[in-house]
Design a binder for this molecule. Structure first.
Ligand code: GLU
Length: 323
């Protein structure tokens, strides 16, 4: 089946827009992840669509079932009710492996490079570069892409980590918030690891396959993932999965001191004991028209009716007002 057929099926099957929220349960929700949930919910509901919940828990070292349960409880407390059953990626490993051994097999290869051997490679490379040129204008990130040392080594993919070849040309997509984007995934990311040596499936592979299989049409997520979007587009295309129709990357949320809210810098978990206040705060942060204080469900109804992406357009970050 070629991609034209698949796309035709897709447009027949998903006339109703499909959005999703796909948290990784490596911690509780914080105001940053809550705004992503709320924005994707209100936006897709304003289009009359379905909002799916997918728990991205393939990283068994960092994810915890307790956090998944807490996320579900928090969403329920805020009346952010999802459609269909929750999907847990940890229960879908066979599906990802099937794609690796079928549609994606021609693009993947085993790799035995360790962090240490790559660091040595780049060190040697930098010394040679310096010796050959007087220019220091090169961005170190440009030279730290995987240098494809193992591409022709024909290593057993089941005994080594697997990388996927990403295209070396610019791919464009229209982002409904950040505007037109062009990225060359080979130049910016290199051949990404999609499966670790221990069998762990990496985020980019699992998310690409599930967004395709779940017939997601609208992806609204944090700006921190935008650099990976053309890798996702390439993987979905190679896997013959239906393309995402609309992309939206939301501005990052910053503390009053300018620091990005994230689990890494210990952003405070949300407190759902006063759900209406929390929804009002998140809507204000998302620069949406005010809603009357009411039950969470009724506040969300108003927010859906008034939802507007315009105030978010071209913004890279939004800062929480200091209290
Ligand atoms: N699981 C990712 C996270 O929690 C989000 C992935 C996505 O929305 O594509 O950061």
């Amino acid at each position: 089946m070629n991609s034209l057929n698949i796309n035709t099926n897709h447009s027949l099957q998903s006339i109703r827009p499909v959005g999703r929220f796909a948290p990784s349960p490596t911690g509780e929700l914080h105001l940053g992840s809550l705004t992503t949930a709320l924005a994707s919910y209100c936006h897709i509901k304003s289009l009359g669509g379905k909002w799916l919940l997918r728990i991205e828990d393939t990283d068994t070292e960092r994810c915890d079932r307790q956090f998944s349960e807490q996320i579900l409880m928090d969403l329920k407390a805020l009346s952010l009710h999802w459609d269909d059953d929750v999907i847990y990626q940890s229960e879908r490993i066979d599906i990802y492996n099937d794609y690796l051994s079928s549609q994606l097999a021609p693009l993947t290869y085993g790799c035995q490079c360790s962090r240490k051997s790559l660091a040595q490679y780049w060190e040697r490379h930098a010394i040679l570069e310096n010796a050959n040129s007087h220019s220091s204008s090169k961005n170190p990130a440009d030279t730290q892409r995987y240098p494809r040392c193992c591409i022709d080594a024909n290593l057993d993919k089941n005994k080594h980590k697997q990388r996927i070849q990403l295209p070396d040309y610019a791919i464009g997509f229209m982002d409904g918030i950040q505007g037109m984007q062009w990225h060359n995934p080979q130049q910016s990311l290199g051949d990404m690891v999609v499966r670790r040596q221990d069998g762990m499936i990496n985020y980019i592979l699992a998310a690409s396959i599930d967004d395709g299989l779940q017939q997601v049409s609208h992806i609204m997520r944090g700006l921190d993932i935008l650099p990976m979007t053309t890798a996702q587009i390439s993987i979905m295309h190679a896997a013959n999965l239906p393309a995402i129709d609309y992309w939206y990357h939301l501005p990052l949320i910053r503390n009053p001191d300018g620091q990005k809210l994230s689990k890494q810098n210990l952003a405070q978990p949300i407190d759902t004991s006063r759900p209406s206040e929390l929804i009002a705060t998140a809507l204000q942060l998302l620069q949406q028209p005010t809603v009357e204080m009411d039950t969470p469900a009724r506040m969300l109804e108003q927010a859906i009716e008034q939802w507007d992406n315009t105030p978010l357009q071209n913004k890279l970050s939004l800062t929480i007002a200091s209290s």
